[in-house]
Design a protein around this ligand. Structure first.
Ligand code: FNR
Length: 356
């Protein structure tokens, strides 16, 4: 089903926008590895455990009752569908999925959150941001997210510089077409009148900047883009609400391992002090369950949501979330588990070479 939506999305989208959504950095090794790594994993079910009907709900800082699949932050949803992030937010809210809306969204965070709340008053919308080096910009964004009713912030830390996306370079896609605007970046300190501020990435950012952010807000702060276990430990020491193991869908450093390969060491380093989430390459319920067994509290999906959105707007995103969650419920039951805490890392084994 996801494959069908992907093909429908590909057929509908401008090929340049398709490449933007689908592509990765460099030779797209990390992008491909995210999928291959899941394909190399098999699940060992437990039997006769009397688990009863499965319960998929998870409790997270900023989302007291959500499904195990969340919408990872991705930019520019109006390129996929005219209703853009509003459609995504409505589908996520209806599915009890946390929606992480991107700082580079083409809909203002207040409008994304309002769309989600029209569907469910307690829908969880989190705001993803890149810490901005220019004084006052980060703080202004935090205030907007708070005023919008977001229940957590997600700081993406894997981007000291923009990733080099080979397809976008080939297509010369470096600016949004007319009619599409990064709404969150309008009216910020230093923004030219009527035009959005460019998002800045900086290699000077450090844990001190994260500390400043934490001091400026009461919202839980997640750190996204953690791959090294030592950084996960530091994030816990620094008071982060949790970490998101992610290689940015293979769009930043191409030399990194697959996200799911980095997960076990991060989960071990954190040792349950803070929750660990994962995104990158999740395409089936078995992938969801494997990641949960390896220590993730929930998993994010990026491109599949964009496929659903491009293929048929809100209904397409709803289909993606329902399919992944339905499959996860079925696989969880087949694994003899009642909820994700019942799963253990020894239930994930390598499939061996050539699928043998
Ligand atoms: C992203 N991602 C991303 N991450 C982030 O923190 N801020 C952002 O603005 C974006 N934008 C973005 C655009 C597009 C088109 C993609 C595909 C991805 C990364 C995203 O949050 C997530 O880490 C990956 O998409 C997860 O991998 P999958 O599910 O796409 O394989």
């Amino acid at each position: 089903m996801l494959g069908e939506l992907r093909e429908k999305a590909r057929a509908r989208l401008d090929p340049v926008h398709w490449d933007y959504f689908e592509g990765g950095a460099g030779a797209e090794t990390a992008l491909a590895e995210n999928l291959r790594a899941f394909a190399r994993l098999a699940l060992l079910p437990r039997v006769l455990r009397g688990a009863g009907p499965p319960d998929l709900a998870v409790r997270l800082p900023g989302a007291p009752a959500a499904g195990p699949v969340f919408v990872a932050p991705t930019a520019f949803h109006t390129l996929a569908h005219p209703e853009g992030e509003r459609a995504t937010a409505r589908a996520a809210a209806a599915a009890d999925a946390v929606m992480v809306t991107s700082m580079a969204a083409t809909t203002a965070v207040a409008d994304v959150a309002a769309a989600a709340r029209e569907v469910r008053a307690d829908a969880a919308v989190w705001f993803q941001m890149y810490l901005q080096p220019r004084a006052g910009v980060t703080e202004a964004l935090v205030r907007r997210a708070e005023q919008a009713g977001c229940t957590a912030l997600v700081v993406t830390a894997d981007s000291p510089v923009f990733g080099r996306h080979s397809r976008d370079d080939r297509n010369d896609f470096h600016r949004l077409p007319p009619g599409h605007v990064t709404q969150n970046m309008l009216g910020l300190p230093g923004a030219p009148p009527g035009r959005p501020l460019d998002i800045a990435m900086s290699p000077e950012l450090s844990w001190a900047d994260l500390r400043r952010l934490r001091a400026a807000t009461g919202l839980p702060v997640w750190v996204k883009g953690v791959l090294h276990p030592a950084d996960a430990r530091l994030a816990a020491d620094e008071g982060a609400a949790g970490v998101i193991v992610s290689n940015h869908g293979g769009r930043q450093l191409d030399a990194v391992p697959a996200a799911v390969e980095a997960l076990p060491a991060v989960a071990e380093a954190v040792g349950g002090r803070i929750p660990v989430l994962l995104d990158g390459g999740v395409r089936s319920g078995a992938d969801v369950v494997a990641a949960l067994a390896l220590g993730a509290a929930a998993v994010g999906v990026g491109r599949p949501v964009l496929w659903g959105l491009a293929a048929s707007g809100e209904a397409g995103v709803a289909q993606v979330l329902a399919e992944l969650t339905g499959q996860a419920r079925h696989v969880l039951t087949l694994c003899g588990a009642r909820d994700c805490r019942d799963l253990t890392p020894d239930q994930v084994v390598p499939r061996g070479p050539e699928g043998m």
